[in-house]
Design a protein around this ligand. Sequence first.
Ligand code: ASP
Length: 446
Amino acid sequence: MCGYYTHGGIFYEEKDIALIILDVMMPKMDGWQVCREIRKKSNCPIIMITAKGETFDKVLGLELGAEGVDFAKTWIGPFGTIFMNMIKMIIVPLVFSSLVIGVCSLGDIKKIGRIGGKTMAYYLGTTAFAIVLGIFLGTVLEPGAGVNMPGEGVKAAAKAAPPIMQVIIDIFPTNAMEAMLKANMLQIIVFSLFMGIGITAVGDRAKTLYNVFDGLAEVSYKIVGFIMNVAPIGVFGLITPVVAANGPAVLLPLLKVVIAVYLGCFLHAVIVYGGLLKFVGKISPVKFFKAILPAQVLSFTSCSSGGTLPVSMQCIQKLGVSKDISSFVLPLGATINMDGTAVYQGVCALFIAQIYGVDLTTGQYLTIVLTGTLASIGTAGVPGAGFIMLTMILTAIGLPLEGSALIAGIDRILDMPRTCVNVTGDATVAYLVDKSEKSNIEEPLY
Ligand code: ASP
């Protein structure tokens, strides 16, 4: 590595990377000019570090003055826009197909009757609690407080609440295709519910249609996977112009979001699952959590409840839960029961409302709970699915989707605890349902 003085600055150059250090003693330093000089010699990546007490935004954009901000907006921002467009592109087919499939899987309730009813009551009840917990933490910890997300067209003032009867009327579409064209989430959900129930009721003759939705859901998730592969570039494109124009303060609340989601997941597992296991399941929660630890570790690292399913089955059967029950309750849970995701959605919806300075109305809170609970049915047990469903909630309550871009950058970190809670919830419900079916559950094998 060798050092040079240039225009009052120092830069170090190695074969692979150039490091520019701006010093307090060099007030006239022009970091961008140094960059250009390095560029003449080599194409290596350049890291610029400032010791001048300058803010990150200056290094990123303002060394060229206003021109830097313009550059970020004109040339970097579009990558973010393209990323968001791709996400918006997939929301409607994804939500529609996965909800239909989710509802169809409830068709088993008819066959399994009582077990299905109990399972659903646990699943929906705990999910609703989870999303309320998320909203509560988002309100108390205020991760987005004091941060204003600037930009034209994003002043998403809370919509004046329409009369409650109108809200109810409006969730029933007069034209299902129009609901999809306009991406009206509540109407799409209602239509999906009818479609799923219809397919289940028709049975065999609708098998082809079921397969079409199943295929569409799979393909949509694949596309989500492709889109999430370029998330780092998209997020860079979305965040850089904002930071260049407004300073790094806009990034700090993300730490609070992480804390809120982890805390929410922890509290949900301890209070809800711990309480249910102790008082309803009559088993020590510590013993239970120890027994399913392999599934928890795998879900935390893989971020996929679907992928963790075989391990969850194994763990829960070792605890004495019958094969019949675990093979119904766990796969159903991996498809429709997402309590960790619900906590995350509650926190993130509040965070985004806060950064845009939107005061949510009671109706909007109820919409978050309702769409969040339904979204959990449509969230597949694959990495990143909850993030896409978050955009559905934002659309339902009229918040700008662009806000979710900040979340996209840290979504993997948030996916880990929420998937772990999703899996823990499925296992807990399997244990409770089994316990209620046979009052004398077999002794655990270890
Ligand atoms: N990754 C989660 C799961 O597999 C779903 C989500 O993204 O929230 O359960």
